[in-house]
Design a protein around this ligand. Structure first.
Ligand SMILES: NC(=O)C1=CN([C@@H]2O[C@H](COP(=O)(O)OP(=O)(O)OC[C@H]3O[C@@H](n4cnc5c(N)ncnc54)[C@H](O)[C@@H]3O)[C@@H](O)[C@H]2O)C=CC1
Ligand SMILES: O=C([O-])CC(=O)C(=O)O
Length: 252
């Protein structure tokens, strides 16, 4: 059975631990030891307070569900230890030097870096952008002001620009825009809105190209423990893990 090392024991970490079927979680790590211990207790794993020791544990794949900073700091070491890596905080990969370095290490070590679809749908066919021109690639995200730590009495746009800039300002909220851009092979445009009436996290994808055009609206249920993170994001990791070893590969 696949052995997971869980990097990040917050909201997503809890959902993964509660749905651990078809894999075990022998090792967990978080900068907050009490969180690591809680998840370790949930899944009969061991909580590590030291990242180097966590990496030495007998695991096949590390699932990062922590932060852009954690992904930046630890991704390379994970691959160097010949472990596959799931990166949820894909915003880290806007740094071209880091991204290309990680890909090079993955090639050398025969490992893979997986970026789950996260809180959106449609990443599969957005990848056609790597072979056929896409003229419009826009993500419009609407969340409640509280989920961004803001106070806004009325609906307002708080950012309009490129994904690589937006993720610097909102690293916990627009990783999906970076995933969309990496899939398409070009930086996505982003509009970020806050709406005091929003009780869901809404992602609208507008894509046009030689293929035609599409509009996808995802009305996401926020996670119980972190409203900024959509429940779908955690589910997408679970479905990635479930299908990882399957000989039947669905979707592009
Ligand atoms: N690609 C996507 O669709 C999405 C990606 N995300 C990413 O996933 C991350 C986790 O989401 P949640 O679980 O909801 O957040 P959370 O805030 O509930 O949990 C994050 C956990 O990671 C720990 N952590 C943070 N930095 C760390 C580090 N350097 N080393 C070890 N542990 C560290 C925190 O102490 C916390 O326990 C978000 O910060 C975001 O970057 C979140 C939602 C969607
Ligand atoms: O969960 C979401 O709706 C999206 C999110 O936070 C991210 O992409 O960082």
């Amino acid at each position: 059975m696949m052995r997971i090392g869980l990097l990040g024991c917050g909201n997503i970490g809890h959902i993964i631990a509660r749905h651990a079927e078809g894999f075990t979680i022998p090792a967990v790590y978080d900068t907050k030891p009490e969180r690591a211990k809680e998840i370790a207790d949930l899944c009969n794993g061991k909580a590590y307070g030291d990242f180097a020791a966590f990496l030495e544990a007998d695991t096949d794949i590390v699932v990062e569900a922590a932060s852009v900073g954690a992904a930046r700091a630890h991704a390379q070491e994970v691959l160097e230890h010949k472990k596959n890596l799931v990166i949820m905080s894909v915003g880290a990969l806007t740094d071209q030097e880091l991204r290309e370095g990680l890909v090079a290490v993955a090639r050398q070590t025969g490992t893979k870096i997986y970026v789950p679809s996260g809180a959106i749908f449609g990443l599969d066919n957005v990848k056609i952008g790597q072979i056929s021109p896409i003229s419009k690639l826009l993500l419009k995200t609407t969340k409640s002001p509280q989920s961004l730590g803001l106070d806004a009495p009325i609906r307002r746009r708080i950012f309009s620009g490129k994904a690589h800039e937006c993720i610097k300002l909102y690293p916990k909220n627009v990783n999906v825009s970076v995933a969309m851009g990496l899939a398409a092979g070009q930086d996505a445009d982003v509009e970020l809105w806050v709406d005091p009436a929003a009780d869901k996290n809404i992602h609208e994808l507008f894509i046009e190209g030689d293929f035609g055009e599409t509009y996808i609206r995802v009305t996401n249920v926020p996670s119980p423990e972190n409203p900024a993170t959509s429940y779908l994001a955690a589910l997408s990791i679970l479905s990635l893990l479930k299908n990882l070893d399957s000989p039947l590969v669905i979707g592009t």
